[in-house]
Ligand binder design. Structure first.
Ligand SMILES: OC[C@H]1O[C@H](O[C@H]2O[C@H](CO)[C@@H](O)[C@H](O)[C@H]2O)[C@H](O)[C@@H](O)[C@@H]1O
Length: 609
């Protein structure tokens, strides 16, 4: 199939989402949830693995696209020798979890354009051909538990297990198509009236995005980029539970042709927590509350069984398997679903959770008794295991180590516990937590700092650098003007920057148990923006931020990684981490003329036991 990742647009309804290529082909759609099997999987294979194409018969001389502002409604305009049409793609916000719709409207803008439609539905990630029957409104396709209704006034024809249509659209006319998924054991509720649904969907998204406070700036030149990122984060939220997926896809490669292909359609505590911070600082309190409730439900298990990631509703078993029938994105194999990282030990998540709940207090979210009880249990558990080696923030598969960032976040966990008692009057064994916080600090300063390198390093005893260390000032472990912070930022600029952007680490210096290499990791470049902002190098920070804005695709979307040599986006797409980085860095830069502030507690971190 081979379309650049950045050629895709993203539409969604907070149950699931789809990727639409520039030529009007939907090549990725999982139904009924983000993490369900795909029924269009051409993205990771060929057309035969499922896609839905609506495109002019004759090659378009120009294609342009845009979102309706503040929404996930995508418009693609095709100009041909005979006229122009706009394809309007959207997923109406769901009324229940048993019907998920994709609506496509072809609007004639000028002249007359002949169009082709091809509908290739393949359940089970592109493997299962459904049983299709014609109906008076279009067709019904059934395969085991899944059923799809396709409704349109256009005449449909079946051939070679595909459905085709040709039609022409004149200026001012509209030709609609609506696809609805429902469980096959329930009768369909086929909703129609596409124009009304478009209107309703637009109104609901606009209402949400108009509420964005974005540092109080309605006319700031970065506002559009920030709102696009926030809408993307909101659209990656599974509305029924409040869980937030790390990205919309599985197995888009971190290296073209490589093996670093992972499934991100799950809720990582770390990613979701950072998403929450971005939403909160942009004025979205309801989302923060929903996330906190999600976390408390997902983590409502024995502390020993706490996981670093869960399914959308808190499911715990995310067994990783390979799908050998898919050829992979540009031959990048294997295609994986599930993610073996779910049973890793990543001690930083304790700090991420404690920090997010602390920020919730700072933003005066209603206090919750259950939440504080949970936090005390977390600290009891962490007290027993903070000295253990773990798999680290980057989920390495090469054996456990004493990662410096994991220790820093263990310090954050106790720091926020202490502050909850001292600043917010909550009850807890504060003297004990004070002591543990001090022990962790001494441990990090003695072992995480490498005198020979003149920098903090990825793990104790090693000399490899790691971009997560850029977060040391923003989480409050050391103040930004500490010479060790400045030296670490400068070492990372010297050794981990490739084409102006930041790598997580260099696998050749810090083996991670996976073969091959990868692109620059976008959230790490945003962390460099934040670190530079905090140490007062604002012009440099702003130049890097502008560069990052310039690598978004034409719709403002970012994948996980970027290859500065080929100019291609890499990895799962769109990715929450990257968009979180954009929102936080914009907020930090804008407030940099006053005190930059990303995380609660940072300001008070200088006084240490
Ligand atoms: O590259 C190795 C690991 O990559 C994935 O993890 C990355 O994505 C996560 C979700 O955005 C993020 O939380 C993590 O920090 C990143 O390293 C993958 O999910 C792992 O299974 C894989 O080992």
């Amino acid at each position: 199939m081979s379309r650049p990742i950045e050629d895709y647009g993203f539409i969604g309804n907070m149950l699931s989402c789809a990727l639409v290529a520039r030529d009007g082909s939907i090549d990725w759609l999982c139904l009924p949830r983000f993490d369900s099997d795909a029924c269009f999987a051409a993205l990771l294979g060929s057309k035969e693995n499922g896609c839905w194409l609506i495109t002019p018969k004759e090659k378009a001389s120009r294609v342009s696209r845009r979102y309706r502002p503040g929404t996930t409604i995508l418009e693609t305009t095709f100009e041909t020798a005979t006229g122009a049409v706009t394809l309007i793609d959207f997923m109406p916000l769901a009324e229940d979890e048993e019907h998920v719709d994709v609506v496509r409207i072809v609007r004639g803008d000028r002249g007359n354009v002949e169009m082709n439609m091809e509908f290739v539905l393949r359940f089970d990630y592109g493997r299962t051909v459904p049983w299709v029957r014609r109906t008076d409104y279009g067709l019904q396709a059934v395969a085991g538990p899944d059923a799809v209704e396709l409704r349109t006034p256009v005449e449909l024809k079946g051939r070679d297990m595909r459905t085709f249509a040709t039609f022409s659209v004149g200026a001012g006319a509209q030709v609609p198509f609506a696809m609805t998924w429902h469980p096959s054991h329930r009768p369909p509720t086929v909703r129609w009236d596409p124009a009304r649904r478009l209107n309703e969907t637009e109104k609901r998204w606009r209402k949400w995005s108009d509420d964005c406070s974005f540092a109080g700036k309605k006319d700031h030149p970065w506002r559009e980029a920030v709102v696009r990122s926030l809408v993307t984060l909101k659209a990656l939220t599974f509305a029924p539970t409040g869980g937030i997926v790390a990205a919309a896809t599985t197995s888009l490669p971190e290296e073209i042709g490589g093996v670093r292909n992972w499934d991100y359609r799950y809720c990582w505590i770390r990613d979701a927590t950072l998403t929450l911070l971005a939403l909160l600082t942009s004025g979205y309190r309801d989302e923060a509350k929903a996330w906190r409730e999600w976390l408390l439900r997902a983590a409502a298990i024995h502390p020993k069984q706490l996981q670093i990631m869960f399914g959308l509703a808190g499911e715990r078993r995310l067994t990783e398997i390979e799908l050998p029938w898919l050829a992979g994105y540009e031959g990048s194999l294997p295609v994986r679903v599930g993610n073996a990282a779910y049973d890793q030990l990543q001690l930083d998540v304790y700090g991420e959770m404690m920090d997010a709940l602390h920020v919730g207090r700072k933003f005066m979210l209603e206090p919750s008794e259950a939440s504080w009880g949970f936090q005390k249990v977390l600290l009891d558990d962490l007290e027993k295991q903070w000295r253990e080696p773990d798999d680290g923030i980057w989920e390495m598969r090469g054996g456990r180590r004493h990662f410096t960032y994991s220790r820093v976040m263990a310090w954050v966990a106790f720091d926020r516990g202490v502050k909850a008692v001292e600043d917010y009057g909550l009850s807890g064994p504060v003297d004990r937590w004070h002591k543990v916080r001090g022990e962790i600090r001494d441990d990090i300063l003695a072992n995480g700092w490498n005198e020979k390198r003149g920098s903090f390093v990825q793990y104790y005893g090693g000399d490899a650098l790691d971009a997560s260390l850029l977060l040391i000032p923003s989480v409050g472990f050391l103040p930004p003007d500490d010479p060790r912070v400045i030296a670490t930022v400068e070492a990372i600029q010297r050794d981990l920057v490739e084409g102006g952007l930041v790598l997580r680490y260099r696998p050749e210096h810090a083996p991670d148990g996976v073969s091959g290499s990868e692109g620059t990791f976008l959230v790490c470049s945003f962390w460099l923006v934040d670190a530079l902002t905090m140490i007062g190098r604002i012009d440099e920070a702003e130049a890097l931020f502008e560069r990052l804005l310039s690598i978004r695709n034409d719709l403002g979307l970012l994948a996980e990684e970027y290859d500065p040599h080929t100019g291609r986006q890499l990895g799962n797409f769109p990715q929450a981490f990257s968009h979180v980085g954009l929102v936080n860095s914009a907020t930090n830069l804008i407030s940099a003329r006053g005190p930059a502030e990303q995380r609660a507690g940072r300001a008070a971190a200088e006084e240490q036991p």
